[in-house]
Design a protein around this ligand. Structure first.
Ligand SMILES: Nc1ncnc2c1ncn2[C@@H]1O[C@H](COP(=O)(O)OP(=O)(O)OP(=O)(O)O)[C@@H](O)[C@H]1O
Ligand SMILES: [Mg+2]
Length: 348
């Protein structure tokens, strides 16, 4: 492994990319020190995958520059490919092959030789808790197992810089925790990681620094504590079953609000940032709503979510009319990826 380069593992300056009249990236800047984790947080269509594809040499930028381990992703693409691993948003494993075969083939693509490829496959299967299933076709694996195999595949070449594009979207809570565990151990081993996610809690758990992107722009950057600080504490949340009374309910709790209350028109859920004295606000809200004669369900406090951070940062929720597509952007949905992405594991 080449370790002579002293700058950041990833450096991005003024990166732009458009698809027709869709401005997927409008000039983003990033800097990721070696051995740290950057969480790139943003809703559907924010530009996360576009950024990852450029950084992993699968897509050419229109403008700006990006360096990985000091190598320019356009002019020195093969040097970049030698230092990176990618687990894309859709698994790149071949489902007809067994877990072991998938990993051994990648080892051969890296010219590891037969014996070394077998040894590396065995080691990774062990590390990712796939030893028992190793000799079954990958199509018989659960979603979580396929993601783990895909992550294992991205590590065959022992990359210095790893890119994970929404590694836990679509996984059940238990598989998600398992994936976090695996990612933590990789990072403890010194790998630099750029991770995209739609979930604040995931960025919170794993990232040293977070950048929030929306409509192809970095709208905030900092640690998770700093970002949550912009929301300013807890969020009071409740539903008003009698929909016409939602406005009265918001009025009843307005004096407790330390930020803009938000009403989800679809579900009727009201979210109110209430600052650091959340439990006082909870008690007072029960009293105020009761005095106003408003029935609520699901009244409680929760930690700020991505939506709250978004609301605090942009004044609009993460799920809004999308100017670029005229459609609704929704969080938590897994979209199909272009075919090129499936075929295009950067490291093969
Ligand atoms: N190959 C393409 N052709 C046309 N438009 C594209 C292409 N790839 C991405 N886009 C558009 O660029 C924008 C950014 O997409 P991108 O896939 O980078 O978002 P994302 O943040 O990864 O979203 P998600 O969370 O849904 O994966 C979207 O408006 C998307 O429709
Ligand atoms: Mg994406």
């Amino acid at each position: 492994m080449e370790q002579s380069f002293a700058g950041p593992a990833i450096l991005v300056e003024g990166l732009t990319k458009s698809f027709g009249d869709v401005h997927a990236l409008r000039g983003i800047d990033l800097s990721v020190p070696r051995g740290t984790v950057l969480g790139v947080l943003g809703p559907n269509g924010a530009g996360k995958t576009t950024a990852v594809r450029i950084l992993t040499t699968l897509l050419r930028p229109d403008g700006g520059r990006a360096l990985v381990e000091g190598h320019d992703v356009v002019r020195e693409a093969s040097a970049v490919r030698r230092s990176i691993g990618l687990a894309g948003q859709s698994a790149a494993i071949q489902i007809e092959l067994t877990g072991r075969e998938n990993l051994e083939i990648i080892g051969r693509l890296y010219h590891l030789g037969r014996a070394a490829s077998k040894a590396r496959a065995t080691e990774l299967l062990e590390q990712f808790d796939l030893t028992e299933a190793a000799d079954r076709a990958a199509k018989t694996f659960s979603g979580g197992m396929q993601r783990r195999l895909d992550l294992a595949a991205s590590l065959v070449g022992q990359p210095q810089v790893l890119f994970l594009d929404e590694p836990t979207t679509g996984l059940d809570p238990r598989s998600r925790l398992g994936m976090w565990e695996v990612i933590r151990s990789l990072v403890a081993g010194g790998t630099t990681l750029l991770l995209t996610t739609q979930y604040l809690d995931e960025a919170d758990e794993l990232a040293d620094e977070i950048v929030v992107i929306d409509h192809g722009e970095v709208i905030a950057a900092g640690t998770s504590t700093e970002l949550k600080g912009r929301v300013g504490g807890d969020v009071l949340e409740f539903t008003v079953p009698d929909r016409p009374r939602v406005g009265d309910a918001v009025a009843a709790v307005t004096k407790l609000a330390e930020g803009e209350p938000h009403i989800d028109e679809g579900t009727g859920v009201v979210s109110v940032p209430v600052g650091v004295n959340g439990s006082d606000a909870l008690i007072q809200s029960v009293r105020s709503l009761d005095e106003a004669g408003i029935e609520t369900s699901g009244l409680g406090l929760r930690r700020p979510s991505l939506d709250d951070v978004f609301l605090a940062l942009t004044g609009h929720a993460a799920e809004e009319e999308d100017a670029d597509t005229g459609g609704k952007r929704r969080r938590g949905r897994r979209k199909g990826q272009p075919e090129a992405e499936k075929a295009g594991r950067a490291s093969s």
